[in-house]
Design a protein around this ligand. Structure first.
Ligand code: PDD
Length: 283
């Protein structure tokens, strides 16, 4: 089955899918996006992702390219046309095509692009069984990290540093020595007393949908947690470390920079939470 993309009202072969060179997403990174996990053919937390997409558009005053209902239909159609049972939907809205000029164009129509791809749950499970390494990098991003903008240069530089050091992710650390989040994930620790800690949402991190779903599950299962910023020192001294995102689900971390976390194996809390989260997604 060849891949199909949705581009501004049309379903086109993936390899021919394109937008104009003066799309403001291309020229100014003037756009927002979402990544939605698909398990057993179903979108996980689609409402949360669409709420966040609308919030991102509102914060940047990008017009909606279509109403929410028809957008959901397009999402389903993209999934169907690509035969995705397990994978991800990527969707991006930009301010549209207009002659290059910094202020908002008067009459551009927002662009909407969607793709879907298959991913392997087995590969992800293997990674979770082994655990992954993380490096720390300075957080050099802007002050509106709550907006899921396609303007991701600091994030890709951080991820590249991780890759070059043989790590899976880079956790960003602010000027006060506090961990903000990963380059494309939210960061969590379990301290030596067994308390789960993750940073509260404000403009310094993205309000992860996986993070929110996991917090709900913790509450339902009466597992205590603290919503507070934690320092790089706490990270390095944690009993367990893990990260969450729509593409990584719950992923145990076994090494941060040169420091081995716990006994160098995925921690029991992170591993259990991954199982709880998997059940949540499957049901
Ligand atoms: N990234 N923080 C950042 C900076 C992110 O880019 C992401 C998601 C998250 C986790 O959010 P969620 O749980 O809603 O996926 C946190 C996606 C997966 C990406 O850019 O590919």
């Amino acid at each position: 089955m060849s891949r199909i993309a949705y581009v501004n009202g049309q379903y086109v072969p993936h390899k021919e899918a394109s937008v104009h060179i003066e799309d403001r997403g291309y020229q100014f990174a003037d756009g927002v996006y979402e990544v939605i996990p698909i398990i057993a053919g179903k979108m996980i937390d689609a409402d949360g992702h669409l709420d966040r997409l609308w919030r991102s558009m509102n914060e940047l005053r990008i017009e909606e390219p279509m109403k929410r209902r028809p957008m959901e239909l397009v999402m389903r159609e993209v999934l169907r046309k690509n035969g995705v049972e397990t994978g991800l939907i990527y969707m991006q809205v930009t301010r549209g095509v207009a002659p290059r000029d910094h202020p908002f164009p008067a009459d551009a129509f927002p662009s909407l692009v969607m793709t879907a791809k298959k991913t392997s749950l087995e590969k992800s499970a293997r990674k979770a069984e082994e655990g992954v390494a993380v490096v720390t990098v300075p957080d050099i991003r802007w002050q509106r990290c709550d907006i899921k903008s396609v303007s991701l240069l600091p994030n890709i530089l951080a991820k590249q540093e991780a890759v070059e050091k043989g790590a899976y992710e880079a956790f960003q650390v602010d000027e006060d020595g506090m961990v903000t989040e990963g380059s494309s994930t939210n960061a969590w620790i379990v301290d030596q007393d067994g308390t789960l800690i993750t940073r509260p949402t404000n403009n310094s991190i993205l309000a992860g949908i996986t993070r929110a779903a996991l917090l709900d599950l913790l509450e339902k299962n009466k597992i205590k947690f603290e919503l507070r910023a934690f320092s790089k020192e706490e990270l390095l001294n944690a009993r367990e470390v893990f990260l969450t995102s729509s593409s990584s689900y719950v992923q145990p971390v076994i090494k941060v920079d040169d420091v081995v976390i716990g006994n160098g194996k995925p921690g029991s809390i992170a591993t259990n939470l991954r199982t709880v989260f998997k059940e949540y997604m499957e049901n």
